[in-house]
Structures are given as C-alpha cells and as structure tokens.
Design a protein around this ligand. Structure first.
Ligand code: ATP
Ligand code: MG
Length: 525
C-alpha cells in the first residue's frame, strides 16, 4: 500500500472528546471515525487490525472444535418473550416494528436464536456436543456509551454457544473455550487475566471474565499476587476472620440520645467511636418484601451479593415510607435489636462485633453495647459486603490488591436456563427427552482492539504487536522526487511483500518529519 493513496487521516491535535489513550489514538491514527454516540466507522487501517483479531479468534475457535455460522441481527420478539428477556433487557435493547406491526429487536446477544435453532435441528445425543459461533455486530443502547469503541452501542462480538448432554460435558466445553481464550488473548499481545464474576441477569452459574488490567477499565477487580485468586468485586470474597471468644464484660444494651445523627460518619464524630464497632442496617425491598441487611459501619454493602444471597429477582433500596413502617423510626435510626417487620441478613463481620453500636428503631436514638446472639439474631449470616484492598485472600494466606480491568471476554456456564425456557430437548440413549446443557462465550472484538492499544502505546503513538498490526513496516522515502531513492524504496517494498512482510511505502510529498510522526503514531512494528 502506498501512503499517497491510503485513506489514513491522521490528526495532530488530540480530539477533545477522547478521555483515554486508546480512544485518542484510534482517532489520531486515523483508524476510525465517529458516526453517532457509540457508533463508529472503521477506516482501512482500523479494519485491517480488526480482521487480524478476527482471524486469530477464528483459528482458535476452529481448533477447539467450534463451527462458524451466521445468525440474524434482526430477531423476532417472540423468542425473547419466551425467555422472559423481552422485558428484562429494558432500554438497552434496540426495538423495531416491521410494516405489519410485528416486533423485532437488533440482537444484543444470541442465546434465544441459537437455542431455537438447535432445538429444531439437533435431535439426538449422538450429535452432541456441538459448539457454534459467529462474529457479528451487536446492538446495545448503552446508557453511557464512552471511550470510543470500548463501550459502543454497535460493536463487534464473537459469540459461541455450546450444547452438551450433561454437566460433565459442559465442564469440558467450558474448559476448551477457557483455554482457547487464553491463547487468543496471548496471540493478540494482550495480558488478559481470567477473573471470577457474578452471573448477573444472564442466568446460570460459573463464569469467568477475561480482564485486561488498566487504569481506564470500568470493572473493579481484586486479586491475590500469592495464589492468583482474582475476582470482580461484585463477586469477590474475603477471608472470614476467626471470631475471637466473646468478651464477658459487655454490659447490657442501653439507649443513648443522638439527635439528628443519621450516618456512620456523623455517629463516628458524635460518639468518637470507631465505625468498626457500628452495625449499619440497610432496609431493602427484595421482590417487594422488606429485608434488613447488616454490615460493619466501615464497610460497603454489596447489592449483587445481597441479591444472590436472597435469590431475589428484584432488589431495591426501600423508600423512606417503607423504612419508617418497618423500623418505626425515621431513616437513619434502623437497627436489628427488636426488629420484627423484615428478614435480617447479617454479614459475617457483624457477628464478630462484641460491643456494637446501632440504631434503636426510635427517632434520634442509638443503642450501645449490642452483641449478636445475645441481643439480636439474623435469619442468615452471609457474605454481603464489598471486599477492599488489604482484605485477606479467601483462597490462601495472601492479601488482596485492587485493580481496574477492561472486560475483553467472558465464558459462562448457562446450564438449562435457555433450553428449558424455549423447550429445547434432545433424545438420550434410552429415548428420553432431555434439556440441552448450555454454555456461552463472548469476546468483544472491537473492545479487544482498544484494549491492545491501552497496553501498547507511548506518547508518540500506538506500538502494535506484530500479530495484529495493520501493516508490519513502513518505508519512509525522504525525498520522493529523487529517482534513486524512489527506486530503492520500490525494490525494498516489493521484496518485503514477497517475504511476507506487509509494508507501506510512504511516497507522499511531505516533509520527512511529518512522515516519521505518522509512522510513529500509526505504530508499525
Ligand atoms: P460490560 O459489563 O462491559 O457491559 P457485558 O458483560 O454486558 O459487558 P457480555 O454480554 O459478556 O458483555 O458480552 C461479551 C463481550 O462483548 C464482553 O466481554 C465485552 O468484551 C464485549 N462488549 C460488551 N458490551 C460492549 C459494548 N457496549 N461495546 C463494546 N464491547 C462490548
Ligand atoms: Mg460480560
């Protein structure tokens, strides 16, 4: 390719809207342009990178025994009604109607479509396992599209779906994908770490997210350098401290007057007491029923964990009128002692507080000298707090550290969630109908491109790993008008291509400095 003919509109200035390096550099190096919020055009250089990432993904998926197909982007609403996700997906789904008034969506993901396909086409256990994948645009009307293609509304995903006859089969399929993902990201020059994650609304059980550690990452992660434990904070656990034997000398609880003191900070200032002794009592509505969640005063409640512990499909902080009805006191004075109107879930650490302070369920009043087991109990003692850096690793004696991550891929054990919802069965050896046991596996292709740049750049531009570089080398002709320079460059160019090196020839009538700057910016290895 000759630079004089290449559409690679590089920019000297840093575009104001771009907050992170990959977004800035993708615009500056002329890899892409914005069309609307979260919707982009890939220019020739950017598209070459995408194609190389896709080629790596295809090779590894094929090697793992998966088969490529292409599912429709426009999907009928009926299948989504059957799975219950037509409403669950909410505003993130792009919806449309055809001329007859029939409803469709632009696929945000493809579990419904693929399950329906396999339900109709695969009848016997002899055809299993099967893993089908595609690489295609996905559509999600994200609340906050940002960071360029990192969080787009139209983006490219590889999505694969495995179908097995039983859970052991799913374990094998999952493991194959997990290992294929490790190879894919390594081949893309990315350091991506598998971390445990919460399955969330998609349903199912085990799941790992492949995270690229980066300041700009939107996911909070903790990890242990000692044993390699790594988890999304939504999911992460901490080592549960050994409870020390209870102190005998704690007096009975007594009320103290705390006028207008509602928050942990205010209580700390007012009583000059450590928040580690305080029992924070938060009232929620779980599927409409009130729940009191107790965590230590210095901790954050983790709503994802709470929802999971409750098995609730809907969880929201209770409005003030509900708090008042349940506790008999205005917001800010809730506590577990004598609390009747709500299920109580206590975090492990609350049980270990032997001389606690908490709300008295009475306006402007708190209780001191409160202890679990003696003064109150809970319906369940569970892990519902958010872990923080410095917590003990749950898997070894190490200490957890906090980082941020970009989720470039996810592998997921779905189980029978979709096959049951859509009635997708096969016949086993004894002729009995059984539900397919499914897994699903996504990679954000366009996000991976941005993540590679986050890990490989300097102040002058991108530094592409060879495997995904748009071109491998640039031949910069200092004086194109000099015939000798030109012919040497042309010769070199031909020979590079013949030996498999994809080269560009910068034959533009520009100053050498401009050409070197562009070469640095675009990042030819
Ligand atoms: P996130 O938590 O970042 O919103 P997700 O968990 O909803 O992502 P999945 O449904 O697991 O995403 O999709 C599989 C992969 O697709 C993700 O691991 C990510 O790499 C990519 N992806 C998801 N949403 C976007 C988006 N809006 N823009 C670009 N890539 C995305
Ligand atoms: Mg995900």
């Amino acid at each position: 390719m000759r630079m004089s003919a290449l559409l690679a509109p590089t920019l000297r200035e840093t575009p104001a809207e771009a907050e992170i390096p990959s977004h800035r550099l993708m615009l500056r190096a002329g890899l892409m342009r914005k069309s609307a919020g979260g919707i982009y055009t890939y220019l020739p250089l950017g598209y070459r990178v995408l194609k190389k990432i896709m080629a790596i993904v295809r090779e590894e998926m094929d090697a793992a025994g998966a088969q490529e197909l292409m599912l429709p982007i426009v999907q009928p609403a009926e299948l989504w009604h059957a799975s219950g996700r037509w409403s669950d997906y909410g505003d993130e789904m792009f919806r449309l109607k055809d001329r007859h008034g029939r409803q469709f969506c632009l696929g945000p993901t493809h579990e419904e479509i693929i399950t329906d396909l396999v339900k109709n086409e695969v009848r016997s256990y002899r055809q299993l396992p099967i893993n089908l994948y595609q690489i295609q645009n996905k559509y999600r009307d994200e609340i906050r599209p940002r960071f360029g293609v990192m969080r787009g509304r139209e983006f490219i995903m590889k999505d694969a779906y495995s179908f097995d006859r039983d859970v052991e089969g799913l374990e094998r399929s999952y493991d194959l994908m997990y290992r294929a993902y490790e190879r894919i990201f390594a081949r893309c020059g990315l350091k991506a770490h598998p971390v445990l994650a919460d399955p969330g609304a998609i349903g199912g059980n085990d799941t790992h997210e492949f995270m690229v550690f980066a300041e700009s990452g939107e996911a909070a992660i903790v990890h242990c350098e000692r044993c390699g434990y790594a988890a999304n904070v939504e999911k992460a656990e901490a080592r549960i401290p050994q409870a020390s034997p209870p102190r005998e000398d704690v007096p009975a609880p007594c009320e103290i007057s705390t006028p207008g003191v509602r928050t942990i900070d205010e209580l700390e200032a007012f009583l000059q007491a450590s928040p580690e002794r305080m029992i924070k009592t938060l009232i929620y509505l779980a599927d409409g029923a009130p729940v009191a969640a107790l965590v230590r005063g210095d901790r954050e409640l983790n709503e994802v964990k709470l929802q999971r512990a409750l098995g609730a499909s809907n969880l929201a902080a209770a409005p003030p009128e509900v708090v008042e009805r349940v506790t008999g006191a205005p917001v800010g004075f809730a506590g577990p002692v004598g609390l009747k109107g709500a299920r109580i879930l206590a975090d492990h650490e609350v049980v270990a507080i032997d001389d606690g302070i908490t709300g008295a369920n009475k306006a402007d009043t708190h209780l001191v000298h409160v202890r679990y087991g003696r003064d109150f109990t809970a319906d369940a003692v569970v892990d519902i707090r958010t872990v923080v850096a410095g917590d003990g690793c749950p898997a070894c004696d190490g200490v957890l550290r906090a980082t941020r991550g970009i989720e470039v891929g996810q592998v997921f054990k779905l189980g029978e969630k979709y096959s049951r919802a859509l009635g997708a069965t096969f016949l086993d050896e004894s002729g009995e109908e059984r539900y397919f046991v499914m897994g699903c596996y996504g990679i954000g292709i366009s996000r991976t491109m941005a993540a590679i740049i986050e890990q490989h750049h300097d102040e002058d531009g991108i530094i592409w790993p060879y495997s995904v570089a748009p071109y491998h080398a640039a031949i910069v002709v200092i004086r194109p008008e000099d015939d000798r320079q030109r012919s040497i460059a042309e010769d070199l160019y031909d020979r590079l291509w013949q030996s498999g090196v994809e080269a560009v020839l910068d034959d533009r009538e520009e100053r050498p400095g401009v050409k070197f700057k562009d070469a640095d910016l675009i990042g030819f290895p």
